[in-house]
Design a protein around this ligand. Sequence first.
Ligand SMILES: O=C(O)[C@H](O)COP(=O)(O)O
Length: 223
Amino acid sequence: MSKLVIMRHGESVANHTNTFTGWSDVPLTKKGAEEAIKAGKRLKETGIQFSDVHTSVLKRAIVTAEIVLDVIDQDFIPEHKSWRLNERHYGALRGQNKEEVRKRVGDTQFMKWRRSFYAVPPKLDEVPPVRKYRRLGVVEPPAESLKMAYDRMIPYWQDEIAPRLLDGKNQLIVAHGSTLRALIKYLENISDKGIDGVEVKNGRPIIYTFDPDLDILDKTYLK
Ligand SMILES: O=C(O)[C@H](O)COP(=O)(O)O
């Protein structure tokens, strides 16, 4: 029986100011770092030994993962970073205050951009080149729906995570609200409509236990 723990990064400065973030690379707040420490302590109590940790290439996930590994005394495990685990790209909404956008466009459009599977947020007119993505040969998208994020994230699951779990190796993923909603949708076979209501909180680990065929035996939330 292998275990997968998925966790959203701790509070970022953009979460704190209620700003659309996506692929913007923002640090954790002090509270975010404390959430990571708390999550690490709760994880330590479970005694799970991980073989690998996977993060996006965004520092709020990377730093959260490193804090957790430190607290659980598993800093030595291989750390894999992939743009495929990045937050969904919020396009031209990034950097905008969520409350101001909500007031401007109304609740329905606001929630559609944030929670529906297919809605694409307003696109960036121009995507400035970022060395981090250029060196990976990745073209930063002008915006992504959750479906688009799902489509680029699932190959990472199939290539890098599922085979390790099938080999009985416990895996930790520290990523983002949207990528983790996409993964939960895939793992639990949630409908396109049903995913609207799924929320992933900062710094709260979710533990999946799988049988040898990678069917879910149990799902536990750590508070
Ligand atoms: O990218 C962001 O703004 C957040 O990490 C997730 O935001 P959401 O909860 O509005 O999708």
